[in-house]
Design a protein around this ligand. Structure first.
Ligand code: ZN
Length: 61
């Protein structure tokens, strides 16, 4: 298991979040989805996000 950074939901504080889309409404944001309160939210895209996305893709194969 690769260690992934935890993204905290800004609404309920849960870390039960998942990367939903690499493309948010703005160029430098990505969309996350909170499994706890079922709310999508955006986060500024950074290297951590991209690493997490790549790791997820590798797991799917
Ligand atoms: Zn939440």
């Amino acid at each position: 298991m690769s260690e992934q950074s935890e993204v905290t939901c800004p609404f309920c504080g849960s870390t039960e979040t998942e990367l939903f889309s690499l493309f948010g409404q703005q160029l430098l944001t990505v969309q996350y989805y909170c499994r706890s309160c079922r709310t999508p939210f955006e986060r500024v895209k950074d290297d951590t996000v991209l690493d997490e996305y790549v790791a997820r893709k590798e797991e799917e194969q």
